[in-house]
Design a protein around this ligand. Sequence first.
Ligand SMILES: Cc1cc2nc3c(=O)[nH]c(=O)nc-3n(C[C@H](O)[C@H](O)[C@H](O)COP(=O)(O)OP(=O)(O)OC[C@H]3O[C@@H](n4cnc5c(N)ncnc54)[C@H](O)[C@@H]3O)c2cc1C
Length: 460
Amino acid sequence: MDKNIIKQITAIVGRENCTTRLEDLHCYSYDGTRKSFLPSVVAFPDSSAQIAALMRLASVHLFPVVARGAGSGMTGGSLPVEGGMVVALSRLNRILEIDRDNQIAIIEPGVITGEFQQEVKKVGLFYPPDPASLKFCTMGGNAAECAGGPSAVKYGVTKDFIIGLEVVLANGEILTTGTRTEKGVVGYDLTRLFIGSEGTLGIITKIITRLIPLPEHKETFLINSTSLPEATGLVAELLSHNIRPCTLEYMDRTALSLVAKLLPRPPAADIQAMLLIEIDGSRSAVREQTERLHHLLGTFPHCAIRQAATEAEIDELWQARRSISPATFQLSPHKISEDVVVPRTRIPDLVHFTEKLARELDLTILTFGHAGDGNIHVNIMLDPNQEAQHQKGEIARERLFREIINLDGTLSGEHGIGITKSSFLPLELDDTTMKVMKQLKKLFDPLGILNPGKIFPAEL
Ligand SMILES: Cc1cc2nc3c(=O)[nH]c(=O)nc-3n(C[C@H](O)[C@H](O)[C@H](O)COP(=O)(O)OP(=O)(O)OC[C@H]3O[C@@H](n4cnc5c(N)ncnc54)[C@H](O)[C@@H]3O)c2cc1C
């Protein structure tokens, strides 16, 4: 990038908030995919006005701008694939307001999700979306990817909680969307348009979220099953029996084996799958739902239920669940990791399909994830030293995606498209939908400077 441009970026954010040092650039070149693309410069603005000035500069000199939260994305969204400037949102990390009476909060995008949850908890409120990465991912990244998590089965995902945004557009204008109120239907719902747009339509600089009262009570259960079809079949049965857990997580045998040491009691050798279930609400509601759960389990002979007895045990269970994704990376740094979704009743079909695929292609494929909303993480494990295995992995991925569409599912529940899934978009979206989406991109970013190469790489 031209030295004169770097000088102007420095003038906007200050010398100490801008870097072109190679060792720094490396730190902003990768994300959860472990792919790496170097930017030319990283800027650390601390206001919407600074971001607006950066965008005006980019519009004149036509360099790419990539917003970055914590870089924990799983599809390459924050990677500067065409170089240019990374806008790191880490200094925009203030909780501006928690309005307890109206149950809303206004925050900046660099706020860490888990820290935000803790802050609202102090005043008896609850922000449910809980990606497994919540200890390090940011609210801006969650908004841009529409992050989900275990609690989505009961409470919904990020888009169900964000009611308004401030966004810096590609030309440097500042747009505010939505309201501070629970309801609001004045004009188009631009808030929802930006949520899940992966930094391709604008840079989010403020977020208004609604909050709900903290549930009074919660109980945690573990179901070990010696039958995989029974465990996966139980998921839809639970919900159709009017049991609405706030967590309904599933792990297959291989996923379990990766984190067995972290579990309070290592699973027996014949366990094929585990479900982690939590029920929250008033004490009486939790008691009533727990009774229903035990009653239903009576009809599932291969499933054994146990209630977690202590906080330490619950922490260990969660530690194990949240460690699956990092553990799969350790085992297979070049794994293919997908977050497909199917209707809950089709989960047994999906899991059966992945097992068949693994056998046919002689691959290790493990499944785990947010079964309650049909969002299963399918991990195709690959040996970096075996080129042939990588080719088989790609075949497996394509067959998986085709099957997901057959099962009335969707290619991504929460990780987005980024660069890793863009070539598969036409499998799910028809020509008209693709055309309208591309027109929207052109409307918001006519010069193609905002996060280029994402979602629709080839044509734009
Ligand atoms: C171990 C692990 C577990 C995970 N578990 C989950 C899970 O349970 N559920 C889930 O949904 N995801 C999960 N993820 C994926 C990831 O954490 C989420 O996608 C998260 O929302 C990304 O946040 P981030 O701050 O890291 O964003 P980044 O990775 O930095 O960016 C992600 C995308 O958002 C854009 N972006 C970031 N900030 C802004 C902004 N202010 N304005 C506009 N665009 C912006 C970027 O350009 C990029 O396209 C997991 C990841 C890891 C590594």
